[in-house]
Design a protein around this ligand. Structure first.
Ligand code: ATP
Ligand code: MG
Length: 893
């Protein structure tokens, strides 16, 4: 017997195989994506998008319409899958063969088959191969069944969600090359799952049928759908082939090991983790070995490709992965940096194919080590705090959810460690309380800011720090010219942004408001004229960096955006609704303080075109009266139609003028104060509104139109949340509810004013009727059993058995009836049959003598066309024919 092929040998065989089919072998692209559609390279085809669209197939190593590569891929979306399934890695190698307008489906299918099943190649058993194709791809079906001779029962057809690449591209995009695909599966056998290939059609997820290769037939150029949503798929001038074979998956099959972690690449890593920690790879803790072995590869490779661990973009993703691994190292008892010691093994395993690993080994080790040190410090200070907390707790007690949350939320201490350490003290943690605190925190974060993290600033800290703060010119105007200063994507600065691409761009000045102070970022558009025609981009969102650089997330619709381009920027009309909600929020704040007292403090807010949300400190729900007063005060301001003005002034002056500042908010020396120029009377005083605020507001309070409060609810201890609407939205909301109420009134044949009385009256009547039904039923049961007509007692098998046939009573009441029958008749067993159910009860004494209600009812139910079972003293069944069930008693003993 020869040793199975190593992963490196399989990689080499693949490339050699396609070289023998006249393919040019090219090196892997970096894990940093070649285009701005993703952060990382996610597929072998990604570097070749230009060739699929018709660019010349000219490369450093030569010109060829057929190429083959081993591409290292990072799929952020699969990181969560890493622990969940055994077929996903965060870093994996995708083997591919590509045709740019050269060969097509027939060859792609034939060669994939030859490589997988050929004796001198992968030598997989043809009987264990299965494939999927796109719904109407009869062409592929023909090649699979006729050229290859695959049994049609080994083929499933799926829709665009499964068998199109990218998935769902026709409807959802992205724009660019796409097409139907055909996936190849290997049946790993019943040891991996007892599902069949037919089941796979339903489940689409299987540990037994492993997808090893996807053959994609990119023949379309996807463009924006029509206005009515119809997909736009233009035929590409020529047809392409793009395939991806999962190297690690094929290696698991060829080496016949149950999962990645036992193959030749991972085993040495797993063993090293066991050696460093002194914890063998077994039992529940083995998940930690796997996470570390998996994650260290992804971290090493991306860092070797130049990603630095940071708080934004790519660096953030990779830091998260490394921290997850560090946490598991800690769980295995490792208290010193140790993951970096695995790097030499990663280099040994993959360095030959990816020489950048060898070149950067030292800096990769150093980066990982220093991040581990930092994280261990976080852990240590968390542990000290936790120890202090726990030493005060009794054994067997519960650590409050809030304490566990504070550790997590404030100190970044992972909750699973809290759980473990608490266990050592014999203390458990209040999980429900923790979840609640977490949820409340997330809610608050969301209320304060639409996005919790700054991670999407294009990930380009350094580039951003070179840009001057942006001039905001959007107070009171929705349009202004600007010059493009930078185009950022995935941590890099671009010169050009072609149609169909997304990026963050900075302008020297802009009318678009950047998310801040609870107000959402503006959406809008940019238009420009260039020598080669006009261009347009959608602004999908606007945010700003802590240094005040506004970043517009744009998607170019037409033309090309370049640095230095003069554009005209427009804010979408929704901004006016946002302004109404923003001024209304200030008025709501002032009204709440007037009605509830100055204990009210703002805790967060969301000002969006669709609604406003305001969180504030207050201990109790608002009464109906209080809500009405607050709402009325705001509306009084609106009808007074006061001017809303703003000016910039030194912060001390603003405070002296009584402007409300938010607790905990940082303000500069010069602040912007927004004032409503007029007060409204309340409780003998005049209420005014004056706040420090950078947001956009209406010109006069009358512009708000109307104001209505939708809800008042509790979001965290001592924090309430009000949601409200202004303008036409408010009127529409009230109208909808009035219409519903009017409909209800008309159904009940009454006027809207009498509706509450009428409902109360009906409810009282309903309650009385229900009571009566219960009484009547009880009487009926009594009469049926007492009358003796249908109830009788007999001797059967040495037991006194009382039976009763009761009509018109509910299944739920049968048990009570059986209790009563047993008691009244003094029998050993009571059998009661209703119209659809059956209950058997046995006395204690009868059970002691061997009676078994559960077994008896099984036989009776079977005779009555039903099923049932239960305990020795009580059993229940549903039956179709109660008479037949009762007659079966004679033969049951
Ligand atoms: P799955 O449905 O299993 O997630 P996929 O449909 O996402 O796979 P493709 O995008 O078609 O996979 O990628 C081509 C091939 O790459 C797959 O057939 C598989 O062999 C491999 N592959 C995809 N994702 C991973 C991963 N996370 N880890 C290892 N191999 C993968
Ligand atoms: Mg996938």
């Amino acid at each position: 017997m020869t040793a199975p092929l190593s992963t490196a040998q399989i990689r080499e065989k693949f490339l050699t195989f396609f070289e023998s089919k006249q393919h040019l072998r090219l090196p892997s692209h970096s894990t940093v994506a070649p285009d701005p559609t993703t952060l990382f390279t996610v597929a072998g085809m990604q570097p070749f998008k230009p060739q699929f669209m018709g660019a010349p197939a000219r490369f450093e190593r030569g010109e060829s319409k057929r190429v083959t590569t081993a591409q290292k891929c990072i799929r952020v979306g699969d990181i969560e899958n890493v622990g969940r399934t055994r077929r996903h890695l965060s870093l994996f190698e995708m083997m591919g063969n590509f045709s740019f307008g050269d060969y097509f489906k027939r060859e792609a299918i034939g060669w994939a088959w030859e490589f997988l099943t050929g004796k001198s190649w992968m030598n997989m058993d043809p009987a264990k191969m299965y494939v999927t194709i796109y719904d109407d791809d009869d062409e592929a079906f023909g090649y699979w069944t006729q050229d290859i001779g695959l049994d049609p029962s080994h083929i499933h057809r799926f829709g665009a969600d499964e068998n199109f690449w990218p998935a769902d591209a026709p409807l959802k995009g992205p724009n660019g090359p796409c097409g139907p695909c055909s996936e190849i599966y290997y049946d790993r056998g019943p040891d991996y799952g007892d599902d069949s290939w037919a089941d796979y059609y339903e489940t689409r997820e299987s540990a037994r049928f492993l997808e090893v290769w996807n053959l994609v037939f990119p023949q379309y150029d996807r463009q924006e759908p029509q206005a009515d949503g119809t997909p736009t798929l233009l035929d590409l001038p020529f047809k392409n082939i793009d395939t991806g074979m999962g190297l690690e998956r094929v290696a698991s099959v060829v080496q016949d090991v149950p999962d990645f972690y036992s193959n030749d690449i991972f085993l040495p890593l797993i063993e090293k983790v066991a050696e460093l920690s002194g914890k063998p790879y077994e039992g529940e803790q083995s998940v930690s070995h796997r996470v570390i072995a998996e994650h260290v590869r992804a971290v090493s490779m991306t860092v070797a490709d130049g990603v630095s661990l940071s708080n934004t973009g790519r660096g953030y993703v990779i830091r998260k992965i490394l921290r997850r691994a560090s946490r598991h190292a800690y769980l295995l008892g490792l208290r010193e940096p140790s993951i970096y010691q695995l790097v030499p093994l990663v280099v040994r395993g993959m360095g030959e194919a990816y020489p950048e690993l060898v070149e950067n080994q030292k800096s990769v080790e150093a980066a990982i080590k220093s991040e581990e040190e930092r994280f261990l410090k976080t852990l240590e200070s968390g542990i000290q705090r936790l120890d202090a907390l726990l030493s005060k707790q009794e054994k067997g007690s519960v650590l409050s959810g809030e304490d566990a949350f504070t550790l997590y939320g404030t100190y970044g201490f992972p909750v699973d460690l809290t759980r473990e350490i608490a266990e050592e003290y014999g203390v458990s943690i209040d999980e429900a309380g923790f979840d609640k605190a977490l949820e409340a925190d997330q809610e608050l974060a969301r209320a304060g800011s639409k996005y919790g993290k700054a991670e999407l600033f294009g990930g380009a800290d350094d580039l951003l720090s070179e840009l001057p703060p942006t001039q905001f010119v959007g107070y009171g105007q929705l349009e202004a010219p600007g010059v493009v200063q930078a185009i950022l994507s995935g941590g890099e600065s671009l010169r050009h942004l072609p149609a169909g691409s997304e990026a963050q761009i900075a302008l020297h000045q802009t009318p678009l408001y950047a998310e801040g102070g609870g107000e959402v970022g503006d959406t809008g558009r940019l238009e420009w004229d260039a020598e080669d025609g006009s261009g347009e981009a959608r602004v999908l969102d606007t945010r700003k960096t802590p240094q005040g650089v506004f970043l517009h997330r744009v998607e170019v619709v037409r033309g090309e955006l370049v640095v230095g381009q003069k554009v005209q920027a427009f804010v979408d009309a929704e901004r006016q609704a946002t302004e109404r909600h923003h001024t209304a929020t200030h008025l709501l704040h002032a009204a709440l303080r007037a009605v509830l007292g100055s204990g009210v403090q703002q805790k967060g807010s969301l000002v969006a075109p669709e609604r406003l949300r305001f969180d504030f400190s207050h201990g109790a729900a608002l009464s109906v009266d209080e809500l009405a007063q607050v709402e009325q005060l705001v509306n009084r301001w609106i009808t007074s139609n006061f001017a809303v003005t703003w000016r910039e002034l030194p912060i001390a002056e603003a405070r002296a003028a009584g402007a409300m500042a938010l607790f905990g908010e940082k303000y500069g020396d010069v602040v912007r104060m927004v004032s409503v120029e007029g007060g409204v009377p309340f409780g003998g005083a005049t209420v005014t509104s004056r706040e420090l605020c950078g947001g956009a507001h209406v010109e006069r309070t009358g512009d708000i139109g109307a104001f209505v409060i939708l809800s008042d609810e509790n979001v965290a201890a001592g924090v309430r949340r009000i949601e409200a609407l202004s303008g036409e939205l408010a009127v529409r909301w009230v109208r909808e509810r009035l219409t519903a109420a009017a409909r209800a009134a008309s159904t009940l044949n009454t006027g809207l004013d009498q509706l509450p009385d009428r409902v109360a009256q009906l409810q009282a009547q309903l309650k009385a009727a229900q009571q009566e039904t219960v009484t009547v039923r009880r009487q009926l049961t009594q009469a049926q059993m007492g009358g003796g007509g249908s109830s009788q007692t007999r001797e059967l098998g040495g037991f006194k058995v009382a039976t009763a046939r009761l009509g018109g009573i509910e299944a739920g009441e049968l048990r009570g009836a059986a209790d009563k029958l047993l008691e009244q008749s003094g029998a050993d067993l009571a059998v009661v049959a209703g119209d659809k159910g059956l209950v058997v009860k046995a006395s204690k004494d009868a059970v002691a003598r061997g009676a078994h209600a559960g077994q008896l009812i099984g036989q009776l139910a079977a005779a009555g066309g039903g099923k049932g079972g239960g305990r020795p003293d009580m059993a229940q069944a549903g039956v179709q024919d109660p008479e037949a069930a009762l007659s079966a008693l004679d033969t049951a003993f």
